[in-house]
Design a protein around this ligand. Structure first.
Ligand code: COA
Length: 119
């Protein structure tokens, strides 16, 4: 992965934007858009789109956004639908421990989940 991670410091902190249903950097310039839904008996957070401005790419910002989303999924007993290609093709292969939380039709996790659409 390229870059030293030095992108100004504060931009690396990830916060939840309830109104826009997305995880984002404090400067709002990089974000991961989410949709909460129910698939059968499973409560799912669908990670639909990741965006990092060109000037900040290659520093791991998208990875930080995904970590925040997967942490949220774990603490709220949600499964994750990795619709965004960055999540499915880059983040998950590099973070295989997160595959545990990926939604599949036969997934049994989360049957008694107490689901919130908020942090
Ligand atoms: N799908 C999958 N992986 C992608 C990708 C894409 N569309 N675009 C870039 N990547 C990979 C690169 O190959 C890069 O690999 P490297 O580390 O070997 O160089 C890796 O992402 C970089 O990871 P990271 O630093 O965590 O990502 P980032 O902060 O640079 O942001 C994107 C990555 C995809 C969010 C950013 O390039 C972007 O906003 N692109 C435009 C929007 C887009 O295509 N979003 C994804 C589809 S929803």
């Amino acid at each position: 992965m390229g870059g030293s991670g030095d992108d100004g410091g504060t931009a690396m902190k990830i916060v939840w934007n309830e109104n826009q249903q997305r995880f984002e950097t404090e400067d709002k310039k990089a974000y991961l858009e989410c949709v909460f839904k129910v698939e059968g008996t499973h409560h799912v957070i669908d990670l639909i789109h990741t965006y990092v401005p060109p000037s900040k790419r290659g520093l791991g910002l998208a990875s930080h956004l995904c970590v925040a989303a997967f942490n949220h999924a774990r603490t709220h007993s949600l499964l994750v639908s990795p619709t965004c290609s960055y999540v499915s093709e880059t983040f998950l292969p590099r973070n295989p421990s997160c595959l545990t939380f990926v939604y599949k039709e036969d997934t049994a996790l989360g049957e008694t989940a107490d689901v919130h659409s908020k942090i």
